[in-house]
Structure formats: structure tokens, C-alpha cells
Design a protein around this ligand. Structure first.
Ligand code: NAD
Length: 368
């Protein structure tokens, strides 16, 4: 079976990290019987330059037809002054919306070789492996009304609206419980049921789905502000955290920082499983387009490469192949290879392509 993969490199370091990921895809084709076909599509600032929109229809159509999208990054200072609807990030938001990617999976994994790079004490983060499941298409980022009006006295008044329905909460809860079933069977659900009615509904629906469908999984509820505190106090108490769009945005960035560098962390955004087994999926590093280092061969390619590992696991069910790639990354870090963002004294500083060279060599060694 030939997997159809769409590459959307985007802007800044996006094309650089996607190029490295393609080399890893090539390794899997050659050594692990991974049959795939790739196509490329424009998104972000470069799509705006070429097509006048950051999310062209053609890109959306190709993404819908693909089994998985490997996304680089979008954005850059040259597009900062564009109207809101033309900004590069709108290309990514359109992909998420049009593909119905409601579940955002962000692992926060601390590689042992990098435990000293965290801003927390090594013993707090050593062995850390948590998964944040964030609702991605609802909540306050999309709720209506969303507007700024001018009051009779000349003041301005801005309104965002937090909205959730039973269906939206139930489907993200199911994703979290199912994933917890493949891990250590614990879910913590974070909301603000003490002050928000959406939080009350969130807690009720998650509890209901748990009771009816996943009684074998351990469920705890935590207020989102307490969760933020616990993440820096004792993050290893968590396995899977499920939360809404806004809290998920904040908590997953906080969790990312626990692990050292933004250049290390992948993410997956998944849609609903359809009757024919298909599931829309987009994989991307959590970092942005890093305009400060773009085009210099300095970008850490690991977040992009680990996003492909997530793709192997979630879109293609190739768990062993995903683990192999994760072990290869672990190995090159243990061998002391470091891009500038994760450089530590006594280690070997490498650029983007050399880091991938080392990962490919590690794959060769581990695969025998
Ligand atoms: P950023 O993630 O691009 O960069 C933050 C810092 O981390 C920079 O110093 C950068 O050099 C460094 N960094 C990021 N990725 C790295 C990597 N792989 N290797 C080494 N160092 C890395 O965030 P920012 O500077 O806030 O945003 C830059 C642009 O990216 C903005 O236009 C922003 O809107 C956009 N952005 C896009 C996405 C996305 O495409 N999903 C996400 C976040 C930000």
C-alpha cells in the first residue's frame, strides 16, 4: 500500500526541516519497506506571495486527499503588517478547520541526554513522558461573537466567546481515553469548573464518557491553573492531560519548556475516524518559522523528524518504526550531537544536515 503524504514546508526554517524529514522518509522507504508518494503544496507567507492567500484552495484539496500532511512552519516579520485574514498563520488555521483536525496531541518527552537543558532540576524532568491532548477547533478562539465595538463614551469593548458543546467535549475526551489506554491508563482533565460554565459542562461530559466507555482508565479532574502549577512542581504525576483549546495552548507550551528546547518537540493534529478507516492528520513541529536562524543551516531538525515518527504511529500504525526513530534520536543525543539551540559544554556542535546525518547513521546501526 502506497501512503500519500503531502508536504507543506511553509516559511523560514519550515522548508529546511521538511527537507531533512524527507531524507528520513527516504531511509524508511529503502530499509523498512515504507511505500509512499509525496506531493508538495504552498502554505503561509510564501503562498500569500504566490497566490494572494496563505491557505490556497489547491493546498486544502491536496491535504484532504492525502493520508497525512507533514507541515513545516509559517510566518515571518515581512508579513506582520498584513490584514488578519491574510496573515501566514491563517493558512494553518484553515487547514485545521477544513480538515476537521479537532484533536491536537503534544507529547512532552524529556530525552535523558537533555535533562540538564531544562530550566527545572534534572530529577524533576528526567524520564518525563506526558501527552497533552488539546481540543483544537472549538472554544474561545472560534466562539462568536468575537468583536471589538466602540461604546457611546468612546471606550472600546472587545469580546471573545468561550463555547463548547457536548459533542465537542465528548469526542476529544474519547481521544484522550483511547490514547491513555495505550500508555499508563491515566487521564487528567483540566478546566475551570469553579468559575466557567463551559468548565462545568466539560467536567460533566468527560466524567460521563469515562463512566460509560472507559471505566478501566483512571480519571482525575484538575483546575487548569493548578495544573499549570503542578506541571512545574511535579510533572511526572501526569500521563495524559486533556483540556480545551485555550488552556491546552498555554499548558502545552509550558510542558514544552520542561523538556529543554522548542526545536525538539513534535505534534499531531487528528480528525475524526471515518467509517472507511480514514482519518485526516497533520504533523508539525511545535516551533515556528524561526526567522532569526532561517537559511543558515542552524535549525534543529529533530522536532520535524519526530513529527514523522508520530505520523508513522498514528496514521500508519507502524509503532515499531516510530519507536526506532525515537531511539535513533535518543542515541545521537547520547552520543553528544547538538544543534546550537541545545548545545551544552563538551558536546559536538552540528548544523541541520549533520544532525540528520547522525540520525540516519543511528537508524542504520539500530536497524541491524
Ligand atoms: P519560533 O518558534 O519561530 O522561534 C522562537 C525561538 O526558538 C527563536 O529564537 C528560534 O530561533 C528558536 N527556534 C525555533 N525553532 C527552532 C529550531 N528548530 N531549531 C533551533 N532553534 C529554533 O517562534 P517566534 O519567534 O515566536 O515566531 C516566529 C514566527 O513563527 C512568527 O511569524 C510566528 O507567528 C510564527 N509561528 C508559527 C508557528 C507555526 O507555523 N505552527 C508556530 C509558532 C510561531
Amino acid at each position: 500500500m502506497t501512503h500519500q503524504i503531502l508536504l507543506t514546508p511553509g516559511d523560514g526554517i519550515g522548508p529546511e526541516v521538511i527537507e531533512e524529514t524527507q531524507r528520513v522518509l527516504g531511509w524508511y522507504a529503502k530499509n523498512r519497506n515504507f511505500a509512499f508518494h509525496t506531493d508538495t503544496a504552498a502554505v503561509g507567507g510564501n503562498a500569500y506571495e504566490k497566490f494572494g492567500t496563505p491557505g490556497p484552495d489547491e493546498t486544502i484539496a491536496k491535504a484532504k486527499a492525502a493520508d497525512a500532511v507533514l507541515f513545516g512552519a509559517v510566518g515571518g516579520p515581512q508579513w506582520d503588517k498584513l490584514p488578519f485574514a491574510s496573515k501566514p498563520e491563517q493558512g494553518l488555521l484553515r487547514l485545521r478547520k477544513d480538515l476537521g483536525l479537532f484533536a491536537n496531541l503534544r507529547p512532552a518527552l524529556c530525552f535523558d541526554a537533555l535533562k540538564d537543558a531544562s530550566s527545572l532540576k534534572p530529577e524533576i524532568v528526567s524520564g518525563l513522558d506526558i501527552l497533552i491532548v488539546r481540543e483544537l477547533t472549538g472554544g474561545v478562539y472560534f466562539g462568536e461573537p468575537k468583536e471589538t465595538t466602540t461604546l457611546p463614551d468612546g471606550q472600546k469593548r472587545a469580546v471573545d466567546t468561550q463555547v463548547y458543546t457536548t459533542h465537542e467535549i465528548a469526542r476529544i475526551a474519547r481521544v484522550a481515553f483511547e490514547l491513555a489506554g495505550l500508555r499508563s491508563k491515566r487521564v487528567a482533565s483540566a478546566e475551570k469548573s469553579n468559575v466557567m460554565v463551559t468548565g462545568v459542562l466539560w467536567r460533566e461530559v468527560v466524567s460521563e464518557i469515562h463512566k460509560k466507555e472507559f471505566p478501566h482508565i483512571e480519571l482525575s479532574h484538575v483546575l487548569a491553573d493548578n495544573c499549570a502549577m503542578q506541571l512545574v512542581r511535579n510533572p511526572k504525576q501526569y500521563d495524559v492531560i486533556v483540556t480545551d483549546n485555550l488552556f491546552g495552548d498555554v499548558l502545552s507550551d509550558e510542558a514544552a519548556q520542561l523538556t529543554g528546547s522548542i526545536g525538539m518537540l513534535p505534534s499531531a493534529s487528528l480528525g475524526a475516524k471515518q467509517a472507511n478507516g480514514r482519518q485526516a492528520a497533520l504533523y508539525e513541529p511545535i516551533h515556528g518559522s524561526a526567522p532569526d536562524i532561517a537559511g543558515k543551516g542552524l535549525a534543529n531538525p529533530i522536532a520535524g523528524i519526530l513529527s514523522f515518527a508520530m505520523c508513522l504511529r498514528y496514521s500508519f500504525g507502524r509503532i515499531e518504526d516510530a519507536q526506532l526513530l525515537e531511539r535513533a534520536v535518543d542515541r545521537v543525543l547520547a552520543e553528544g550531537f547538538r544543534t546550537a539551540d541545545i548545545m551544552q559544554p563538551g558536546m559536538t556542535k552540528v548544523g541541520t544536515a549533520q544532525m540528520t546525518d547522525a540520525i540516519l547513521k543511528a537508524l542504520d546501526k539500530l536497524a541491524v
